[in-house]
Write a protein that binds this ligand. Structure first.
Ligand code: PLP
Length: 578
């Protein structure tokens, strides 16, 4: 029976629905939302939201610890969720399901509780070139701790793990093999069965990062025969802050606890060795995310029928969205996909010749379209592909063909109307607004006055882009490692100078036009100030006054926080040296 109806499915998601009312008919939409950032996190269906609230309203008690009825009810719901997860991934035993904060914590548990205690110098850990940092850094840490060595499986031109290279890389020295079931940038379903079998053939332990797979594929850990499988609820329509470590019982049993505390012990004494609880509790120190677990159960009940549906309607609809989006993007001359071919799931990564990714993502934001730009927590993949970053559209089954069409039209408009490429003539109109980088005392006031005449993100974004044009480019020689500030999505460079009067001046540049505009705004606040003034300056207040806070709070995402931090650090350091 076909259980999946795209319209009914979409209707379950209030955040999307409530934004949707007059979406396509209305031109110049600024308040509606087209959410294409599902690989980062998915929206939540009403029943998941309700379930979390229901727990706090009717069931709230700590689990496993009390004999009163409320605690029993909460414990029952909590453990029922565990058995649902067991069924969801077809694990052999409920003891093999460990609650964690998410995929990241699950990987860290295996790295620290197993790999750290078993790896010897020279042993090898094999991972893949397209891994998310969550599946790289924990292994780098444990390699450093044990003297083990990391080896990397390369990719084919289509972005799959290259199994032809497996025999050269997975050898008798390999003790752990780990890779993503689906890359969060490439959207390819990796040949994990072959990789797991190869790991097994050399006696290595396998860990599959299923963070991007669980919303799209039906998982059977017994058939895969992997040793560990990890995932997060929030990428499969569930709550944030809860995830799963699946591990084979025999391995989990011989692992030491990851954290100590309540619930993970059997006995504690000052005179005898503390003994640990049985599985799965041995790995669940402290009060868990009970509401999250219970809402996660609701999410599994929501998703399972679609994944299990023999008509495959859910996956076919997702694939229809992917194909439609991919084909429409392929027709845009400037689009360059970062690997060849249509992705297997709705994760499409590309760059646009002649444009910075962050500029495009921010311009799309004006149209109410949320896509992602940057390295996507996969810096080694960016290096492997020889790019600084890329744009990523990631789709979910609540997205629509109409949304994709609107996105494509908006993208074409942005590329055509040249708002990202204002000529210097146009910029010279700015001279009456006179915002220049050799700051005068009133430069900040001028910027505040300029923004007080703007209404809405659209016009503020335009002003920022125009301001960016007034920022002189920094000499290439000055754009070096010393002056580099890496944001998540773009690069920026900052140089400082210090006058005899104790005043600082800064010059800066960025590869993204939007960041150049923001640099003009930021430098206006800090130039010709003393160290004390710089350190006391509240950038958030300033951004609020400009009406930018809700769009561009100085954050890690847009790199502004890193720039402001660097300015303050430079001022502090020179202050100390003077
Ligand atoms: N692995 C992959 C492939 C991911 O895409 C992500 C998150 O984007 C993670 C791991 C980390 O997941 P979390 O942040 O939920 O722990």
């Amino acid at each position: 029976m076909n259980l999946f109806d795209p319209h009914l499915f979409r209707r379950q998601f209030p955040l999307i629905e409530n934004h949707d009312k007059s979406l396509i008919e209305k031109s110049g939409l600024t308040s509606s939302l087209i959410y294409f950032d599902n690989a980062a996190t998915t929206q939540k269906p009403q029943q998941v939201i309700d379930s979390q609230q229901h727990y706090y309203q009717h069931l709230n008690a700590n689990v496993h610890r009390a004999s009163h009825q409320l605690s029993s009810k909460a414990t029952f719901a909590f453990e029922k969720a565990r058995s649902l997860v067991q069924g969801f991934i077809r694990a052999k035993s409920i003891k093999e399901i460990i609650w964690t904060k998410g995929a990241t914590e699950s990987i860290n548990i295996v790295a620290q509780s197993l790999a750290r205690n078993t790896l010897k110098p020279g042993d090898e850990i094999v991972l893949c070139a397209s891994e998310h940092h969550a599946n790289i850094v924990p292994w780098q840490i444990v390699a450093e701790q044990t003297g083990a060595v990391i080896k990397v499986l390369p990719l084919t031109n289509n972005g799959y793990i290259d199994v032809a290279e497996m025999d050269n890389i997975i050898t008798d020295r390999t003790k752990f093999v780990t890779c993503a079931h689906i890359s969060n940038v490439l959207g390819r379903i990796n040949p994990i069965k072959k990789i797991i079998a190869k790991a097994k053939s050399v006696g290595a332990i396998s860990l599959i990062d299923g963070a991007q797979a669980v919303a799209h594929l039906s998982i059977d850990v017994q058939s895969l025969d992997c040793d560990f499988y990890v995932f997060s609820a929030h990428k499969m329509y569930g709550p944030t802050g809860i995830g799963v470590l699946y591990g084979k019982k025999v391995l989990l049993e011989c692992m030491l606890p990851y954290q100590g505390g309540g619930e993970m012990i059997k006995t504690v004494s000052f005179t005898q060795a503390t003994t640990f609880n049985e599985l799965p509790f041995k790995f669940e120190a402290g009060t868990p995310n009970i509401a999250g677990v219970i809402a996660f159960a609701e999410c599994i009940s929501f998703l399972t029928p679609f994944l299990a549906d023999e008509t495959n309607a859910y996956n076919l609809f997702e694939q229809k969205l992917v194909n439609h989006c991919y084909e429409a993007l392929a027709k845009i001359e400037q689009v360059k996909f970062i690997v060849d071919g249509t992705p297997d799931v709705g994760v499409i990564a590309f760059t646009l010749t002649g444009h910075h990714n962050q500029d495009i993502a921010m311009s799309l934001d004006i149209y109410g379209i949320a896509i992602r730009s940057g390295h996507h927590c996969a810096m080694p993949l960016m290096d492997h592909l020889n790019i600084d970053g890329c744009l990523r559209v990631s789709l979910a089954a609540y997205n629509t063909i109409a949304e994709i069409d609107y996105f494509i039209t908006s993208l074409k408009t942005i590329l055509l109307d040249g708002s990202l490429d204002k000529t210097n003539e146009e910029v010279s109109h700015l001279s009456d607004k006179k915002v220049v980088t050799d700051s005068t005392k009133n430069e900040m006031d001028e910027i505040i006055a300029l923004f007080s005449n703007t209404k809405g993100w659209d016009s503020r974004h335009r002003e920022i882009m125009l301001l960016g044009k007034t920022l002189p480019r920094l000499d290439k020689a000055l754009r070096d490692d010393n002056s580099l500030i890496s944001g998540c999505e773009s690069l920026a460079w900052l140089k400082s100078d210090y006058s005899e009067q104790g005043l600082y001046t800064f010059v800066a540049d960025s590869d993204a036009k939007i960041i150049r505009g923001l640099l003009v705004i930021v430098l206006a606040a800090f130039n010709n100030k003393t160290a004390q003034q710089i350190n006391q300056f509240n950038i958030n207040d300033y951004f609020s006054r400009l009406g930018l806070m809700q769009h561009l709070s100085p954050s890690r995402g847009n790199g502004l926080l890193a720039i402001v931090d660097k300015i303050k650090l430079l001022a502090q350091n020179s202050d100390k040296n003077n």
